[in-house]
Design a protein around this ligand. Structure first.
Ligand SMILES: Nc1ncnc2c1ncn2[C@@H]1O[C@H](COP(=O)(O)OP(=O)(O)OP(=O)(O)O)[C@@H](O)[C@H]1O
Ligand SMILES: [Mg+2]
Length: 237
């Protein structure tokens, strides 16, 4: 579904990512994990072409066989890529329903509006009781649900999520990962940047460990949970 080859990227003259190559298979959940500042968000933003390329020669980002390396960020949603940035961003003055419908503006999403809205409410039943409430009055967890729901309304084939569990109560964290698992089972491929390694690896087919902008380890999701390095550095075991 997604192939990133030899990506070197950063911000202006500052290089953050060094020679990153990774693959996300169709129907998979893949996690990029790593400490603060490792470059997880930069990696997701680079896929969307929101960063500066350092050595564009030899790099490629391929989505479903199509080269999207140079595609402008605003075109990505039309290609079926939805991005949920860190921190559950919503339109505060708009209602829950309008926030969700904003996600369905792309042509390919419009015919699926009703069906996708139902999917969102079945994932987050709480939201269906709050459709007319302004988004700014929601709790953090509800805002996260709206942010995920809005991305799903664009009828994506690939969902990029940046730290969906950040700032959530431990109980809600497990709900969020269950929702991600359900979304994936409904046919959406997911690339996740996450520090909540235990929950993320449980639902991941593959994972990559990013440190100081380089991939230092990769493997099958649950198998990585048993790696000594992961246990020590990420699970404090
Ligand atoms: N807009 C920016 N301009 C310049 N440097 C940036 C910018 N955004 C991030 N960086 C730098 O890029 C590096 C990687 O940051 P990034 O946000 O990708 O890390 P991260 O792994 O997502 O961290 P966290 O877990 O804290 O979210 C950091 O050193 C950061 O200072
Ligand atoms: Mg980040």
């Amino acid at each position: 579904m997604l192939e990133v080859k030899n990506l070197n990227a950063g911000y202006g003259p500052v290089q953050v990512l060094w020679d990153i190559s990774l693959e996300v298979g169709k129907g998979q959940v893949v996690t990029v994990m790593g400490p603060n500042g490792a470059g997880k968000s930069t990696l997701l933003k680079s896929i969307l072409n929101l960063t500066t390329r350092v050595k564009p020669k030899g790099e490629a980002i391929i989505l479903d066989g199509k080269d999207i390396t140079r595609l402008p960020p605003e075109m990505m949603v039309k290609e079926g890529v939805a991005f949920i940035p860190e921190g559950a961003r919503v339109f505060p003055e708009m209602s829950v329903l309008d926030n969700l419908l904003m996600g369905a503006y792309v042509p390919q999403a419009r015919p699926h509006r009703g069906e996708n809205l139902e999917k969102v409410f079945s994932l987050f039943p709480h939201l269906s009781e709050r459709v007319h409430q302004k988004a700014k009055t929601l709790s953090g967890g509800e805002r996260q649900a709206v942010a995920i729901g809005r991305a799903l309304m664009s009828h994506p084939k690939l969902l990029l999520m940046d730290e969906p569990s950040l700032g959530l109560h431990p109980l809600l964290v497990s709900h969020t990962f269950k929702a991600i698992e359900k979304i994936n089972r409904q046919g959406v491929t997911v690339l996740l940047a996450e520090q909540n390694v235990f929950f993320a690896l449980e639902i991941s087919h593959r994972a990559y460990v990013l440190e100081s902008g380089r991939i230092i380890l990769e493997g099958e999701g649950k198998a990585l949970l048993k790696e000594d390095y992961i246990k020590k550095a990420y699970l404090a075991m």
